[in-house]
Design a protein around this ligand. Structure first.
Ligand SMILES: Nc1ncnc2c1ncn2[C@@H]1O[C@H](COP(=O)(O)OP(=O)(O)OP(=O)(O)O)[C@@H](O)[C@H]1O
Ligand SMILES: Nc1ccn([C@@H]2O[C@H](COP(=O)(O)O)[C@@H](O)[C@H]2O)c(=O)n1
Length: 212
């Protein structure tokens, strides 16, 4: 079974994707980490994420980089969003994501274009959303837990800018696939959001079985 989970920054899609992977005993890929690895390499080499040639040169990274806590920083998130807008960067990372999705037994992937571009044939698709202010509060609390303290206003402005860049880029913009179930986590606890996600996947699988 392949499960695609998409949605904007701090909507809770990673939390839900990890929980679905545990529930169904499937491997999980956070595809945002791949773009963050490209961004981290660019920033460390003092290259420009907005220059396509620079960004493409950073697509060949060592897998060990995916575990680097630096990838979680705000600066890397912003640069990832800039680098990910380049068509050549997206195509450089495409096959790796598809191979992961198509391994025997299936997988759970989360990102921005999983249900629309990476695995449009996924068995179940979720689009996770929450209001910008609620997402900003969650991200602000998360950053504070990790010892970084930008103001809530700055976090909210960054989230809005990232949403806008991710949703308006020409190649693989973030959007809900026509056959994705919408899950608004704004007023759900983490546990409630996970239970709702499992129920949506179950409903989708039951529908597939009744058609087959
Ligand atoms: N339903 C929820 N209620 C409260 N907090 C939540 C909820 N879901 C997730 N969170 C918290 O919000 C933060 C962001 O969640 P998560 O990392 O899952 O989002 P994301 O959509 O994967 O973000 P990104 O794409 O930026 O990686 C985390 O600290 C997480 O624990
Ligand atoms: N499938 C994806 C996943 C991510 N991106 C871009 O990477 C940025 C960082 O992603 P996070 O999920 O870790 O926040 C994100 O803002 C996107 O620009 C993408 O394009 N496609």
């Amino acid at each position: 079974m392949i499960i695609a989970v998409d949605g904007p920054a701090a909507s809770g899609k990673g939390t839900i994707a990890r929980a679905l992977a545990r529930h169904y005993a499937l491997p999980h890929l956070d595809t945002g980490l791949l773009y963050r690895a490209v961004a981290a390499k660019l920033l460390r080499d003092e290259l420009n994420p907005e220059r396509e040639a620079d960004a493409v040169s950073a697509c060949d990274f060592d897998d060990a980089l995916l575990d680097d806590p630096y990838l979680r920083s705000d600066a890397v998130g912003k640069a990832a969003s800039q680098a990910s807008a380049h068509p050549l960067v997206r195509s450089a990372l495409l096959q790796r994501q598809r191979r992961f999705a198509q391994q025997p037994g299936g997988a759970v992937l989360d990102g921005r274009d999983i249900g629309t571009v990476i695995v449009p044939e996924a068995d179940a698709k979720l689009f996770v959303k929450a209001t910008p202010m609620i997402r900003a509060r969650r991200r602000h609390a998360e950053l504070a837990r990790h010892g970084s303290a930008p103001s809530l206003d700055k976090v909210l402005a960054d989230i809005r800018a990232r949403d806008d860049r991710d949703a308006t880029r020409k190649q693989a913009p973030m959007r809900q696939a026509a056959d994705a179930a919408l899950l608004d986590t704004s007023f759900l606890s983490i546990d409630a959001a996970i239970q709702r996600a499992i129920a949506l996947v179950e409903a989708r699988m039951a529908r597939h079985q009744s058609v087959a």
